[in-house]
Design a protein around this ligand. Structure first.
Ligand SMILES: [Zn+2]
Length: 73
């Protein structure tokens, strides 16, 4: 089975002995990992985290752990 490396689009043989699949090489895998941690991928991750923080159940749980006098002026 042939696949295209997602990084350099080189056609490679899908081989379970290739630890870098679906990439053709360690180099392409590292490039992709580098892009993953770059801005383009970090922003959606941040949005996901803020969604979790704004989840009603999480907020409720957080509020229940606040000291009783937290809401007093
Ligand atoms: Zn490649």
């Amino acid at each position: 089975m042939k696949v295209d490396c997602p990084q350099c689009h080189k056609s490679i043989e899908w081989d379970s002995s290739n630890p870098y699949r679906p990439f053709c090489s360690k180099r392409c895998q590292l490039i992709d990992l580098g892009e993953w941690t770059s801005e383009s991928h970090a922003i959606p991750l941040k949005d996901e985290q803020s969604e979790i923080l704004l989840d009603p159940e999480s907020v409720e749980e957080m509020l229940s752990q606040m000291p009783d006098d937290f809401f007093k002026e």
